[in-house]
Design a protein around this ligand. Structure first.
Ligand code: PMP
Ligand code: GLU
Length: 400
């Protein structure tokens, strides 16, 4: 007998909340594969490598040694110290463990930062294209997410002029992600300095700086820490994690770095929401940060090769334009020429590509950028080659 329930009235908050498009489309591609359809899945941003063996071994050891209980809410002292040490070095600032809260994934750091900082009606500026979860985390905290559209011509980076035009006294937070999901674009020093100059006249604005792709940058691009830019440094709350850099998406470890009172508030929220990140995962993350780093170099080399491959092959598909990514593992394609010719939306095109070419991508609309498709190249060369073959067959070959 199937269970039966009375109707439950959902909160407006939940009823109006769309699913995460990245996760939903990955699930859809997975379901089609389970039905036996040979779908090439380029949806989710998740390294296809196994977690490095030294990290897995450390987790086994930790469990054997008793890492099976609650940890302190903000994380184990060893991991907080390791994060503080690592981030002190990379940002050139002096961090203490009290500046760090370890969270169950970077996503929860985003969520609790919004809970800690936003009052109902507070505005948050988010340059679009943006990662799908930013506006939702803002709205779940009662904030108002205001997207600032950017274009391919400016490499999808926010300009000082656009920032200036969108700042009001209600704006409390600006979210920046460099290199970016979904575009791969990263801010250079000049760009950040110009944004900082604008912010100088708006002392109430803080910056949530998403560093999750900080280590995944390509040769031509130099990562610039906002902590080295005056008028930006003192305003940043950083979020990061081990998911992307160490192929540890399933372990769910992230963190936030910021002033002690904000970290303490996020810790209080976490104390009621999740208690702490999983003890075994924290032990694994400690090994990731303090153990050998050669696997990171190896993965980055692989991503570098795949980046060249996808740019070469996807550059040959008719109607597809993109900016070479500075970092992360996404090719964000402007497909407006295809839509102009064939009609329909990016979401419909993604659906057609999924069913006709058996290639799964995420449409631009949930990233706040209609007219685009995002392809993750955190997948094998064979998959990239096969996807390009199928897309050329369906959409045609570029004439240049
Ligand atoms: N920020 C961005 C831009 C991301 O793409 C992701 C990917 N999920 C995250 C944060 C959070 O990742 P996680 O929760 O796995 O740490
Ligand atoms: N951030 C990754 C992506 O954009 C993983 C899925 C998610 O958390 O959104 O595909």
């Amino acid at each position: 007998m199937t269970a039966s329930w009375k109707t439950f009235q959902l909160s407006e908050r939940a009823a109006n909340l769309p699913a995460s498009a990245t996760l939903a489309l990955a699930a859809k591609a997975g379901a089609l594969r389970a039905e036996g359809k040979p779908v090439v899945n380029m949806t989710v941003g998740e390294p296809d490598f196994a977690t490095p063996q030294n990290i897995v071994d450390a987790a086994f050891r930790a469990v054997a040694e008793g890492a099976t209980r609650y940890t302190p809410t903000a994380g184990t002292p060893a991991l907080r110290q390791a994060v503080a040490d690592l981030c002190s070095k990379c940002h050139g600032i002096n961090l203490e463990p009290e500046n760090v809260v370890v969270t169950p994934g970077g996503k929860f750091a985003l969520f609790s930062a919004c809970q800690a900082l936003l009052n109902p009606g507070d505005e948050v500026l988010i340059p679009a294209p943006y990662w799908v979860s930013y506006p939702r985390a803002v709205e779940l905290a009662g904030g108002v997410a205001r997207a600032i559209p950017t274009s391919i011509g400016q490499h999808y980076l926010l300009t000082a002029k656009e920032l200036e035009a969108n700042l009001t006294h209600k704006v409390k937070l600006l979210i920046l992600n460099s290199p970016s999901n979904p575009t791969g674009a990263g801010y250079g020093r000049k760009g950040l300095e110009k944004l900082a100059e604008v912010l100088a006249a708006h002392p109430q604005v803080r910056v949530l700086w998403d560093d999750i792709y900080r280590r995944l940058v390509y040769d031509h691009f130099e990562y610039v820490s906002p902590a080295t830019v005056s008028d930006l440094a003192e305003r940043c709350l950083f979020l990061d994690g081990v998911s992307k850099t160490y192929a540890m998406t399933g372990w769910r470890i992230g963190w936030a770095i910021g002033p002690k009172e904000v970290i303490a508030a996020m810790t209080r929220i976490q104390g009621h929401a999740t208690s702490n990140a999983a003890a075994v995962s924290q032990a694994a993350a400690l090994e990731a940060l303090t153990g050998p780093q050669d696997s990171v170099d190896h993965m980055l080399l692989e991503f570098t090769r795949r980046r060249s491959l996808i740019m070469k092959l996807f550059g040959g598909i008719r109607g597809v334009r993109f900016v070479p990514p500075d970092g992360a593992f996404y090719l964000f394609c402007d497909v407006s020429a295809i839509l102009d010719e064939q009609g329909g939306t990016d979401e419909e095109l993604a659906d057609r590509i999924l069913h006709e070419a058996l290639v799964a991508a995420v449409p631009g609309t949930p990233f706040g950028a209609p007219g685009h498709l995002r392809f993750s190249f955190a997948t094998s060369d064979e998959n990239i080659e096969e996807a390009a073959r199928r897309l050329k067959k369906m959409l045609g070959t570029a004439s240049h």
